[in-house]
Design a protein around this ligand. Structure first.
Ligand code: ADQ
Length: 483
């Protein structure tokens, strides 16, 4: 039995080159935080890009980079600036990301982006061949690497390959718009098992396979040459214990040992006992609906003016893809909205919105999760949304209300939260009102059920279910092809 190899665009650590001194920090984002907890650095291998282009590391000894990565159980796929531009900022984030999140008007269909995507996917496939053996179990992640399964299959017909998509797979009517739709499907079909967060994404994918390639599909099995490819849904969980334990440790800290942020939150709560904190945490991305959330917050304060002076929205937006024009425009829009709303409504004692545009350390994430009465997570589209799950896991006294968009994959598993349509301002305003007035017994009853579910379906279970299913599929395929 070979080793398990994880392949993703970014490694779980991000390298920095500060005046020829190399350092590594953990990568932020759903995939890195989730998969990291199932990667054992002494046993498994993680192949990906370290975050610096070849040009950025010219003055550093390559061996130094390799040694640092090897110590973390990682291997690098070297990308140059052209690769990063065309493959990452181009095809991945200006074609696939907007299209798969139903932002058709943002999707660009540039031949040069597609060429870069193919070239870089080949680099990843070559890195797999160079660092692994055919008997290893290869688990490829996410939308940047959809051609890799087929590229590896061509070299290793008997390899065991799984693929998991962390973002939505759109309906056929959206997917068919892309000029290279067949190539992308064929790339994915190199895998033995294809995993999605929800049954809907799985269904959309199967419909595209049927309509674009005319392949035989029976239930969730696709028949291709002498192989059967299984398609299934695996809703990703979180490292529940990590968040729960962090919250327990946080709650037992003496006041003087609390972080500056926590002390500021505490001070505010003491001075205004009926104050309520609403929390919004996302990468700064148009799919997350941050601008709409700000506008609907303003609408809420107009519809329910009695909450002015009492309710405060804390927005944490993590910088993301700032080289892509849409993200720069969005940053400007959010800056302006926060400035305008605060400018119009703030009083000497009250600022309606606290806005942080940065990546905060884990400790501060826990400060925010444990201190905010309501988590308000209303993406316009989101593959899953792990922040919603993390918030619930930290509520050790089971207080707190989660307002969640029905467009997030996690809404399927979190029916006890207050589900809203992110475009319906009327419903959002009323739901915030309901959340603020929800009796404690009801909060606890809802959160108890949610916590039990999230504890059971944690990230470890997600990974184990996927791996067992991949192995079972492989065994089926061996007997199928020998028939
Ligand atoms: P993301 O779009 O990155 O992930 P999400 O699922 O919410 O979105 O995960 C964000 C992660 O980053 C969380 O684990 C959170 O703790 C962490 N994080 C957020 N803010 C942070 C901060 N300021 N500092 C440090 N860490 C922070 C993609 C898809 C999602 C899908 C995941 C996993 O877009 O839909 O849920 O992958 O599959």
């Amino acid at each position: 039995m070979g080793k398990t190899v994880i392949i993703s665009n970014r490694l779980p650590l991000q390298l920095q080159n500060n005046n020829e001194t190399l350092s590594a920090t953990p990568s932020v984002g759903g995939l890195a935080t989730g998969v990291k907890s199932v990667h054992t650095k002494d046993k498994d291998l993680w192949i990906g890009w370290n975050g610096l282009s070849e040009e950025d590391t010219q003055n550093i000894d390559q061996k130094e980079i390799d040694d640092l990565l090897t110590a973390h159980g990682c291997a690098n796929v070297a990308l140059n600036q052209d690769d990063v531009e065309g493959f990452y900022f181009g095809f991945s984030n200006r074609t696939i990301w907007p299209l798969f999140h139903y932002f058709l008007e943002y999707a660009e269909f540039e031949l040069s982006f597609w060429e870069a995507y193919k070239r870089v996917n080949q680099k990843f496939a070559d890195a797999i061949i160079a660092n692994c053996a055919e008997e290893d179990t290869i688990w490829v992640h996410d939308y940047q690497l959809m051609l890799v399964p087929q590229m590896v299959r061509e070299q290793w017909p008997d390899a065991t390959i799984g693929f998991f998509l962390h973002i939505p797979f759109p309906s056929y009517e959206i997917f068919r718009v892309m000029p290279w739709r067949k190539e992308v499907i064929q790339g994915l079909l190199g895998a033995d098992l294809l995993g999605f967060h929800t049954y809907d994404y799985e269904r959309h994918f199967l419909s595209s396979v049927r309509r674009l390639l005319g392949l035989e599909v029976s239930f969730n099995d696709i028949y291709l040459d002498n192989r059967v490819i299984k398609v299934d849904s695996f809703p990703m969980g979180i490292d529940y214990d990590k968040f729960e334990q962090a919250a327990i440790a946080h709650n037992s800290l003496m006041p003087q040992n609390r972080s500056d942020l926590q002390q500021r939150l505490d001070k505010h709560k003491i001075s205004t006992p009926d104050a309520k904190f609403l929390l919004s945490i996302d990468r700064l991305d148009y799919s997350k609906g941050i601008a709409k959330r700000l506008k609907s917050f303003e609408y809420f304060l107009q519809k329910y003016p009695e909450y002015q002076q009492k309710v405060r929205l804390i927005i944490l937006a993590v910088p993301s893809r700032s080289n892509v024009p849409q993200y720069q425009l969005l940053k400007k829009e959010i800056d302006e909205l926060v400035g305008r709303i605060n400018g119009e409504l703030a009083t000497v004692n009250w600022t309606p919105i606290w806005y942080f545009y940065r990546s905060l350390p884990f400790e501060n994430l826990i400060d925010l999760y444990t201190s905010c009465d309501i988590a308000w997570l209303t993406p316009i589209r989101d593959g899953m949304n792990l922040v919603a799950k993390e918030y619930i896991a930290t509520r050790t006294d089971q207080s707190g209300v989660l307002i969640l968009s029905e467009m997030a994959g996690s809404a399927n598993e979190m029916m006890e939260s207050l589900l809203i349509n992110p475009n319906n301002f009327e419903q959002i305003a009323d739901t915030i009102h309901d959340a603020i007035s929800m009796p404690m017994a009801e909060q606890q009853a809802r959160n108890k059920t949610l916590q039990e579910r999230l504890r059971r379906y944690n990230v470890g279970k997600w990974a184990t279910d996927f791996m067992e299913s991949l192995q079972a599929q492989k065994n089926n395929n061996v007997s199928f092809s020998s028939r």
